[in-house]
Design a protein around this ligand. Structure first.
Ligand SMILES: Nc1ncnc2c1ncn2[C@@H]1O[C@H](COP(=O)(O)OP(=O)(O)OP(=O)(O)O)[C@@H](O)[C@H]1O
Length: 338
């Protein structure tokens, strides 16, 4: 595959609101053309502040960002807020409710020729699946449709970078799936690099090429969704995905697993329930989280030692039932850093 060029480079961003308390702490990352990059992390870890620094709403105390090699200016260096090369879609969409969808989308390119405006509008209505709503006003649209208009308007002027703040937080599961696909298509088709912040680990895993895990203002780990899921750096990154098993050396010993001191992780899919009795692996089912297409069973191996196990949709275990829980072949406990 051809090497993609870096479009956005963030170099050592730091920002504090209060003296001595860094909201963003020496943050560096880069995003390539056509790439979707997710920033995930617990509430208050600095995700929104990072987007505000990037979108030019706020000035970093330290550090710089570059788009196509050109330093982006802070709000104190510009007459108008924001950047032409970086578009931000905020959670509340900020659409013009008294104008039609078409007028909203054409707003950023209103100074271009009429021919270009019409050509671009047609293209954006198609990409964002809004053709039938061209003459509708935003107040008559659903949340998902409004989100699509906001994205179409943000990319109208062909910015190389698109920032999305919690893009799908108001939407139901079916719509989220459609929009994830749309954003991914936009990134590839228009060669835009997309940075989005989210609390939703499904959105991050399903949509991004790489994920940055933030903690207390800094980036803990940057990796592909698969690496983040299977090889998280530490307990914080591991627990970002629910139903995660993190055990220490002593706990592993109870299952005859000998390891050096430290913490170890196994995803629920790495474990399975078998009928055969296996010494030190017998477990009682104490709880089930049911999701329709699958479920997660909490199995108690010893008093207090519980493991989450992924069950497929055909499981028929009863609470209180005793079986054995073992690792599936080809998987192993993953060592986490402190
Ligand atoms: N305007 C502000 N004044 C003072 N402190 C702020 C301000 N905005 C954010 N903070 C603090 O900065 C830190 C980072 O906040 P930020 O909103 O960037 O986090 P976040 O990861 O986006 O959180 P969430 O997921 O809840 O939106 C937090 O400790 C927050 O309390």
């Amino acid at each position: 595959m051809a090497k993609r060029k870096t479009v956005l480079r963030v170099d050592g961003f730091s920002k504090s609101y209060e003296k001595g308390k860094l909201a963003v702490d020496n943050l560096s990352f880069d995003v390539k053309e056509g790439e979707v990059f997710a920033l995930i992390g617990r509430s208050g870890c600095g995700k929104t502040t990072t987007l505000k620094l990037l979108s030019g709403q706020m000035r970093p105390d330290k550090g710089e960002a570059y788009v196509d090699g050109e330093r982006i200016l802070g709000p104190h260096e510009r007459l108008l807020a924001g950047h032409d090369k970086i578009a931000l879609v905020e959670q509340d969409y900020n659409l013009f409710n008294h104008q039609t969808v078409s007028d909203n989308i054409k707003y950023p390119i209103r100074r271009s020729s009429k021919e270009y405006q019409e050509y671009r509008l047609k293209e954006l209505l198609r990409i964002c699946q809004l053709e039938e709503y061209a003459e509708t006003r935003p107040k008559e649209l659903s949340g998902g449709q409004k989100q699509r208009v906001a994205i179409a308007r943000a990319i109208a002027d062909e910015p190389p970078v698109l920032l999305l703040d919690e893009p799908f937080s108001h939407l139901d599961m079916a719509l989220r799936s459609d929009l994830r696909r749309m954003v991914k298509n936009i990134a590839v088709e228009a060669n835009i690099c997309v940075v989005f912040v989210t609390h939703d680990t499904h959105d991050a895993l399903a949509m991004s090429d790489r994920i940055g895990v933030m903690s207390k203002g800094h980036l803990l780990q940057i990796a592909t969704p698969n690496e983040i899921y299977t090889k998280p750096l530490n307990k914080y990154a591991a627990h970002f995905f629910p139903h995660c098993n993190v055990l220490n050396q002593e706990e592993l010993k109870k299952m005859d697993v000998e390891r050096e001191n430290g913490l170890y992780m196994a995803r629920p899919e790495w474990l399975k329930v078998i009928d055969k009795e296996v010494k030190n692996h017998t477990a009682k089912l104490v709880h089930v989280d049911y999701f329709g297409n699958a479920s997660y069973g909490e199995w108690e191996i010893e008093d207090g030692l519980r493991l989450w196990v992924h069950h497929d949709s055909f499981y028929n275990y009863e609470i209180g039932e005793t079986k054995s829980v073992v690792l599936i072949e080809g998987t192993d406990w993953w060592k986490l850093e402190d």
